[in-house]
Design a protein around this ligand. Structure first.
Ligand SMILES: O=C(O)CC[C@@H](O)C(=O)O
Ligand SMILES: [Zn+2]
Length: 461
């Protein structure tokens, strides 16, 4: 609850009475994101323009009040979890697609645009915005930029970072800066655009983005391969990636994951296998049969029980519905799922799977393994019970070991979910003290009073 009523009145003056929320019910709704963490903020404000965001940040820095920017709150690292007494900046009302420029192949959008809405809008014009996090039907572009979201298409097309050409950002004191622009090349000065992408609202608040688009692939084909042993699936992934085709998605779901999804959706996934691969290829219609055929035969060669190629759009949608429902499905089984995002060079995926399985056995934990195996990004989800302190303690140790395993295989803590609060304690494992000190200097120079999303990336301060 915001103790300082003067700040609430100033916010009302800036954004209007109906855009400032401070009832206990409203504050509760903004207290959490896609993780199990929750902190009630002081007040919520929903600005409608860059000018309003600038006025709010200048007020917050003058008063020393923390500000936590927020999109749809689907993040999985705690990046949008408020700080006690903070102002939550709900950016969902700034949701205009300002421009889709087919000649320069770019879109100019406000941060509150829902990712799937942008997909539809650009696809209507024959263009394509590849980043597609599983939450794309609700996630916002601002949140995607803040966490550098990815999704299944990362393997072929990259992640949000690869599509941000330019940004308008409001800095901590309320100053508005423009960085990058509408060109596909830009080598002038420091890459501020790149710095803001993935900075989780700790350096500034994105109020407008120029996004690169590409031509929409002509067609696509999806197939599912079922494997009795997860090792076979892991070998098939390596074989597919080495065969010269680049699938637009190559997703893995292990047996724990399959059971969670089946329990939730009853979509007919096989329960007698240890893993399935969901593979999508795209490109000119004429190339699909050959690409899919090659992948299917490599899967069979590596022990797949069966390969099913989706014959209709409906069948394809059903396969993707199952994959995209993993997160909500896992939560049905254990509400305190702890979602990880360990990412390794793609050749190391089999080794990472082995390491996670061994850690799960040793700590007596159920871990669902799934994710974007084709680009090395796995999401081991620990199914734990928050009310069981012994299990939580084992989970904590297991998480640390999973991170260590990923790092020792040449990987990173996070491929696409960001650091937020959950991974902050482990950052030094990846960057060492000097790397962390360099990042802190950047943070301090952008946010000398520490009002921008404090605690994220660096841990509680
Ligand atoms: O819940 C998760 O761990 C992953 C969510 C998302 O990144 C996905 O790939 O479905
Ligand atoms: Zn993912």
């Amino acid at each position: 609850m915001m103790r300082n009523s003067r700040i609430v009145s100033r916010l009302i003056k800036i954004a209007g009475k109906e855009k400032v929320f401070s009832s206990p019910e409203d504050l509760f709704c903004y207290s959490y994101d896609g993780t199990f963490l929750s902190v009630v903020p002081g007040v919520v404000v929903r600005p409608a323009s860059t000018r309003e965001v600038a006025a709010i940040l200048s007020l917050a820095s003058a008063e020393g009040v923390p500000v936590v920017p927020r999109g749809a709150g689907t993040g999985l690292s705690g990046g949008a979890v408020p700080v006690e007494g903070s102002i939550v900046l709900d950016l969902t009302a700034m949701d205009r697609i300002l421009e889709i420029d087919t000649a320069d192949m770019l879109a100019v959008v406000e941060p509150g645009v829902v990712t799937a809405r942008l997909h539809r809008a650009v696809e209507e014009k024959g263009l394509f915005y590849p980043p597609d996090p599983s939450s794309s039907s609700v996630s916002t572009i601002g949140g995607n930029i803040a966490e550098c979201a990815g999704g299944p298409r990362g393997l072929k097309y990259g992640v949000t970072r690869d599509y941000v050409l330019g940004l308008e950002v409001v800095l901590a004191g309320g100053e508005v800066v423009m960085c990058g622009g509408r060109t596909v090349k830009n080598s002038s000065g420091y890459d501020l655009t790149g710095l803001f992408v993935g900075s989780e609202g700790t350096l500034g608040v994105v109020t407008r983005a120029v996004l690169r688009l590409i031509p929409k692939p002509e067609a696509r084909q999806t197939l599912r391969a079922d494997f009795k042993a997860i090792e076979q699936a892991a070998e098939a992934i390596t074989a597919v990636l080495g065969a010269g085709v680049v699938p637009s998605a190559l997703e893995l779901m292990d047996d724990v994951t399959i059971r969670c999804v089946e329990n939730y959706l009853h979509t007919g996934l096989p329960l007698d296998v240890e893993a399935i691969l969901l593979v999508e290829v795209d490109g000119p219609e004429s190339t699909l049969a050959e690409q899919a055929g090659l992948i299917a035969s490599l899967c069979i060669e590596h022990g797949a029980e069966r390969v099913r190629v989706a014959q209709t759009r409906k069948e394809e949608a059903e396969l993707w519905r199952a994959r995209k429902a993993v997160s909500p499905a896992v939560v049905q089984v254990k509400p305190t799922k702890i979602s990880e995002d360990a990412t390794v060079p793609r050749s190391q995926v089999p080794a990472l799977i082995r390491a996670i399985k061994e850690i799960a056995r040793r700590y007596r934990l159920t871990i669902a393994i799934f994710g974007h195996a084709g680009d090395g990004n796995l999401h081991p989800n620990l199914l734990v019970d928050k009310g069981d302190p012994d299990e939580m303690a084992r989970a904590e140790e297991a998480i640390k070991e999973i991170f260590q395993a990923a790092l020792s295989l040449g990987g990173t803590l996070s491929g696409e979910h960001g650091v937020g609060l959950l991974k902050a304690p482990f950052m030094e494992l990846e960057f060492g003290p000097c790397g962390m000190a360099a990042m802190k200097k950047i943070k301090e120079s952008f946010d000398p009073f520490g009002i921008l999303n404090p605690g994220k990336i660096f841990g509680r301060i």
